[in-house]
Design a protein around this ligand. Structure first.
Ligand SMILES: C[S@@+](CC[C@H](N)C(=O)[O-])C[C@H]1O[C@@H](n2cnc3c(N)ncnc32)[C@H](O)[C@@H]1O
Length: 217
């Protein structure tokens, strides 16, 4: 029996733009060629090469892990003896040693699970690549992205050990300067970085804070 085809769905202009950009993007091409989960891999790799963030044996919390590019990168670097807790509301395929918490970070349920997993042991590194679903309303999107940066900051305040590091994706705009001022007051070293793999036309950048001073000490 011949399969009936429905009317061909027209792609939206924004998905056309995304496809064209993706086809031209050198890091998207490289990710496809080398079998990486996502082009985001290269952003973390470039940050790690510059700041030496990851070492074997580290305990790491990764917020906003799907589809898993950073997860795979972290897994390869913290073995042997490391621990990775990855959080996302979307599914992520993780390696054997990683604990995936599927749900929204910022809920008591996920916080309690992290407490149970850590049992009072501090983290060496908190990574956040969390991003909101973009609505196109700039002020609202910026407010939601700052709320996610604040969640990552709170995670570090709660679980990071003295001397630990925090890496957070933030978008340039309203609220970012105040947030950075606060982060600077809690860490011994701070850099604001745009890795080469971050699209030049995106307002995204990464805050890299190191030498956490626990309890503001
Ligand atoms: C840019 S993607 C992360 C890409 C990932 N780092 C990689 O390398 O493949 C952003 C992710 O943040 C997640 N996210 C946004 N808000 C979140 C929240 N409150 N809790 C958990 N995940 C969240 C989204 O579901 C999305 O998968």
């Amino acid at each position: 029996m011949e399969r009936q085809r429905g009317p061909r769905r027209k792609r939206s202009k924004s998905s056309d733009r995304w496809l064209t950009r993706q086809r031209k993007d050198p890091f998207a091409k490289l990710a496809a060629k080398t079998g990486r989960v996502s082009r985001a891999h290269y952003k973390l790799e470039q940050l790690d090469q510059r700041f030496r963030l990851l070492k074997p044996g580290m305990r790491v919390l990764e917020l906003g892990a799907a589809p898993g590019g950073w997860t795979r990168y972290v897994e390869d670097r913290i073995e042997p003896g490391g621990m990775l807790i990855a959080v996302d509301e979307r599914p992520v395929s993780v390696g054997g040693g990683t604990v995936l918490l599927q749900g929204l970070f910022g809920t008591a349920e996920i916080d309690n699970k992290i407490d149970d997993l850590l049992q009072g042991r501090g983290l060496d590194l908190v990574l956040s690549d969390m991003a909101p679903n973009i609505s196109g309303i700039r002020a609202a999107d910026q407010a939601r992205s700052m709320a996610l940066a604040e969640l990552a900051e709170a995670a570090a305040d709660r679980w990071l050990k003295e001397g630990g590091s925090l890496v957070v994706k933030v978008f340039q705009g309203e609220g970012v300067e105040d947030w950075i001022r606060r982060i600077r007051s809690k860490y011994g070293a701070f850099r604001q970085v745009k890795p080469e793999a971050s699209r030049p036309d995106s307002r995204e950048m990464f805050a890299v804070a190191r030498a956490f001073r626990a309890k503001g000490g």
